[in-house]
Design a protein around this ligand. Structure first.
Ligand SMILES: Nc1ncnc2c1ncn2[C@@H]1O[C@H](COP(=O)(O)OP(=O)(O)OP(=O)(O)O)[C@@H](O)[C@H]1O
Length: 275
């Protein structure tokens, strides 16, 4: 396989539009509701992009388009300069996803080792390597080896979401989409998983969808603010979000000030034992 051209962004969206049928359409109202409108941005290899926006702004729709689960009405989604469908077909297992609802994203009859094996099956490694890979992946996400034989309902939410992260890592992806992946966990567990995601990032690119500007700031290199399906702002977290002139961002920052101090405390006091 030729080495990737570093001048070409890992992911590029060009003028992407997406609409859905409007079930409340009338003769006066359009029959389709625009969800994403003229969306363009790049994600560089190895960088982490946070996608923020209020509920219904189109974040999960965007994730489904990037993952190829749905098609845009128009516009292009390119991986390494190649059309998304063709790229995915030639790069099996190189994109992973971790969803918010960890309990429904696993088979309740599968044990931890089986769940991780699903991810290995999506990758290119031979079956003979799986036996050593499963404990290695569990160690990478800090799940103790003695949990390998447990069923999902015998794990805590934090442990199960770590198993889902191990499954996502198993195919050796270049890119992982986290769609509200840690939002439903307790604050100290969120803090620990966020630290873990930073530690394991290596050369991977992430898209990290969240409502929480604090989490996005701690993890991401850039933040894309979606508003009514459009890019309201694209900001670097290194230059300090507080300097941003965006009134929408200032509003978001103001609403997370109280949470901020709680999060810092939670990160400091989080138990070293995986929850
Ligand atoms: N398959 C669908 N058919 C029709 N409308 C849809 C469909 N999927 C999503 N929508 C609508 O598209 C809009 C954007 O939804 P989406 O889930 O992408 O928003 P979101 O920003 O992820 O919201 P949240 O933060 O609440 O998860 C919503 O109004 C939703 O009702």
């Amino acid at each position: 396989m030729p080495a990737p051209d570093s001048a070409v962004p890992f992911l590029s969206l060009r003028h992407v539009h997406k609409s859905y049928p409007d079930h409340q359409a009338t003769i006066w109202r359009p029959r389709r509701r625009i969800i994403l409108e003229d969306l363009s941005f790049d994600l560089e290899r190895g960088s982490i992009l946070g996608i923020l926006g209020e509920s219904g702004s189109g974040k999960s729709t965007l994730a489904r388009l990037i993952l190829g689960l749905e098609k845009p009405d128009s516009g292009q989604i390119l991986f390494e300069g190649q059309e998304g469908g063709a790229w995915r077909a030639g790069h099996r297992g190189r994109i992973s996803v971790v969803f918010q609802d960890y309990s429904s994203s696993v088979n309740p009859g599968f044990r931890v080792a089986d769940i991780i094996a699903e991810g290995l099956a999506a990758g290119a490694q031979p079956r003979s390597a799986w036996l050593s890979e499963i404990p290695a992946l569990m160690a990478r996400v800090q799940v103790p080896p003695e949990l390998a034989g447990r069923l999902p309902h015998q794990l805590s939410g934090g442990q199960l979401q770590r198993v889902c992260i191990a499954r996502a890592l198993a195919s050796k992806p270049d890119f992982i989409v986290f769609d509200e992946a840690i939002s439903s966990l307790d604050l100290p567990i969120q803090a620990r998983i966020l630290t873990l995601l930073r530690e394991i990032r290596g050369n991977m690119s992430y898209i990290f969808i969240t409502h929480d500007i604090q989490m996005a700031t701690l993890l991401c290199d850039q933040i894309l603010l979606l508003r009514h399906g459009k890019v309201a702002a694209l900001l670097s977290t290194k230059s300090g979000l507080g300097q941003s002139a965006s009134p929408y961002l200032r509003q978001l920052l103001a609403s997370t000030v109280i949470f901020h101090s709680n999060f810092e405390a939670a990160a400091e006091t989080a138990s070293p034992v995986p929850q």
